[in-house]
Design a binder for this molecule. Structure first.
Ligand code: MN
Length: 536
């Protein structure tokens, strides 16, 4: 079992308070999971400690690591939320409960799927650390998947490939993306996995010696050109990623040039371009294959120079040039932006939350696209949903709203004009999500679902309790509208409604049901309030 020392050893710059928090969480988790075992028969606490160590490697802050140690203590073990809050405070409890909630929602067909995506968005829009813990949790569970009962393995692996790996990619956590993919791949499609393994082996054998010679030549050239402290390495392509590329190239191995690539890491951006010049003077670049991701970073923040050159020793070789900082970001993504190492002790309270907003807005199109990534479905596992029915409407609308604001936001300062900061997500009793502007009320909710529902609204419940029609809804509320056939809107409802759609429906209904009513107004609601004041 990972010891508390091993976890602490991964944390640089930790304060005595950080250390005390981790030690306390470790002791608490150990006790809470006493007698509790994994599928493998090993002590359960092996799992939370492994997740905590992994997050410490990523440079996550102490509350995140403490929450990782406690992340299954409420759901699976004996701890209560009250205890966790009393011992560790609100912040840690929030993170633990965020992960717990996600875990309860198993992926099953389109609806459950939409459900789990929605939960993910709601929890993460409050604090992205919830999702990072969840990703690390999934990573460790995938490393021990052989102990999971066979009938569950495939579902977990597909979910990992379809949801968690794309999210890790979107977060720029390249290392985690690749690990999640390559752990899931053999479970999801063993034959294709074997094929990819063989192709990869064959190709590496062919080019290994040649690549080593190319690497040596390059190192000598860099030294001659006085490039200071560089490092080079040969990286091989992930197997899932290779599989995707093989499919795109109709299984033509000769079309794939990046199974092994040569990577150069240098101190500065200037050095990157110098190294590129040296590479191009040694070997001829293939036209159209050069990509400057330094000047034009990928949407997930990835930066590097990529070029593909023709060498005598190893044939066509891809080269990647980047700084140490870019390399760290390529591996750890958002975690490297968010770590206590970067934010420092002076990081304002809530810094993490602020960082999460622009990011999650960007995530939405990724979630929309992941369905397009074809995961082979053997005949034994029938597809439960109709094609096209798997993308919930609300998510499409979110993506549209995203498109409208994309590119206008600064990474950290964008919060105020951010889409998510102006929306609340509330649920119908059956679990559908309705997203509404902040300050929306049950009246807005009812009309957002259907004008009939709004027009016959007789009462409203929020989280099972009767509320007045002007109650402001909050993220995560479950809202139920009670109807009566004889109920109709009154002019008062125009004050309850905040959305223009609801107001429009109410005005229409007022005309229809009481055409002579003196309160019917053509003017927008603002004017109405003003005129009311005058009456007083
Ligand atoms: Mn877990």
């Amino acid at each position: 079992m990972t010891t508390v020392k091993e976890i602490l050893a991964q944390m640089s710059n930790s304060t005595p308070e950080d250390t005390a928090l981790i030690e306390k969480a470790y002791a608490f988790g150990l006790k809470a999971h006493e007698g509790h075992t994994r599928y493998s028969g090993e002590p359960y606490f092996i799992h939370p400690t492994a997740v905590a160590k992994y997050l410490a490697e990523f440079g996550m802050d102490a509350p995140t690591i403490a929450a990782a140690l406690l992340h299954d203590a409420i759901e699976d073990a004996k701890a209560t939320p009250e205890e966790v809050e009393k011992e560790f405070g609100k912040e840690v409890l929030f993170l633990v409960e965020g992960v717990t909630k996600l875990g309860k929602h198993k992926y099953q067909g389109g609806e459950r799927h939409a459900e789990s995506l929605r939960r993910l968005l709601v929890a993460t829009s409050a604090d992205v650390r919830v999702l990072i813990i969840k990703l690390a949790d999934r990573y460790h569970n995938m490393t021990t998947i052989e102990h999971v009962p066979e009938h569950k393995r495939r579902r977990i692996a597909i979910e990992t490939l379809e949801i968690y790996a794309p999210i890790a990619d979107r977060l720029g956590i390249g290392r985690l993306k690749r690990e999640l993919e390559d752990l899931s791949f053999p479970v999801v499609d063993p034959d294709a996995y074997q094929h990819a393994v063989e192709v990869s082996k064959l190709k590496s054998k062919e080019t290994e010696q040649g690549l080593l010679r190319v690497q040596k030549d390059l190192r000598h050239a860099l030294v001659r050109k006085k490039i200071q402290d560089f490092s080079t390495s040969i990286r091989t392509k992930g197997l899932w990623s290779l599989h995707q590329k093989l499919k795109r190239k109709n299984d033509d191995i000769t079309q794939i040039h990046d199974i092994a690539a040569l990577r150069v890491i240098v101190p500065t951006v200037d050095d990157c371009y110098s190294v590129l010049g040296i590479i191009h003077s040694l070997w001829k670049p293939l036209p159209g294959e050069f990509k400057d991701y330094i000047a034009f970073p990928k949407p997930n923040g990835y930066q590097s120079l990529h070029t593909t050159v023709l060498t005598a020793d190893a044939g066509i070789v891809e080269m990647q040039v980047r700084t140490q900082e870019m390399h760290a970001r390529a591996q750890f993504g958002i975690a490297s932006h968010m770590s206590y190492k970067q934010l420092g002790k002076a990081a304002p309270k809530g810094a993490f939350q602020r960082l999460s907003f622009p990011w999650i807005r960007d995530l939405v199109p990724t979630l929309l696209n992941f369905r397009k990534a074809a995961v082979p479905a053997p005949a034994s596992v029938p597809h439960k949903q109709k094609p096209g029915s798997d993308i919930p409407r609300w998510l499409t609308e979110l993506a549209d709203a995203h498109a409208a604001v994309a590119g206008t936001q600064d990474f950290v300062d964008g919060l105020k004009s951010d889409f998510f900061s102006h929306r609340v997500f509330v649920f119908t009793p059956t679990g559908d999500v309705i997203d509404l502007p902040v300050q929306s009320t049950p009246a807005d909710f009812a009309y957002a679902i259907h004008s009939d529902l709004g027009n016959h609204m007789n009462g409203a419940k929020v989280n099972g309790k009767l509320v007045s029609f002007d109650t402001a809804l909050r993220n995560g509320d479950v809202v139920e509208i009670l109807t009566r056939e004889s109920a109709h809107p009154t002019a008062k409802w125009l004050e309850y409604a905040k959305t223009s759609m609801a107001k429009r429906h109410i005005r229409n209904a007022l005309e229809q049901f009481a055409p002579k009513a003196p309160v019917v107004e053509e003017k927008p609601a603002k004017k109405k309030r003003a005129s009311k004041k005058r009456l007083k």
